[in-house]
Design a protein around this ligand. Sequence first.
Ligand code: NI
Length: 184
Amino acid sequence: MAILKVARLGHPVLRQVAAPVPVKEIPSPGIQRLIDDMVETMRDYDGAGLAATQVHTLKQICVVEVNANPRYPDADRIPLTVLVNPKVTPLTEEMEEGWEGCLSVPDMRGMVPRPTAVRLEAHDRDGGRIDLIAKEFFARVIQHETDHLHGIVYLDRMKNLSTLCHLAEWNKYWMGNDEQGEGD
Ligand code: NI
């Protein structure tokens, strides 16, 4: 396994659209290795999720995990979830604002409106079908990661940029503590 280099905002790959992975190719060693490397990279950076486009690979794969993450100390836990060819469909017009950060936009946070419930259709790393309803924080994270696979970053989803913060200022003025968040 290897820790991969994460593309930062400005790298053209982040604005490209990833291609679907043919289901019969999901078990291949190349795809399985990519998934393992993405999980290791996400954990090393303390990310809540990572999309393949962020590691310079235009394939529709993302990984998500939140498990006592120092970057998101109050967030709900999310078990390790691997999504291949994810499709997200909003189930409500109700939108909620929530803070987001991104490994490709280091040391920043911003408030992003997202639908609070979505249907998620995808394949897992064994090629099995996933079809479920995601709500709240899990829904937010999979929308963020699926956006990456379509060349969209969270800044594009902000209503305006007035809440865009550097991490130190976010901790100081918005979170009521001055403990530095870790990684990004
Ligand atoms: Ni991101």
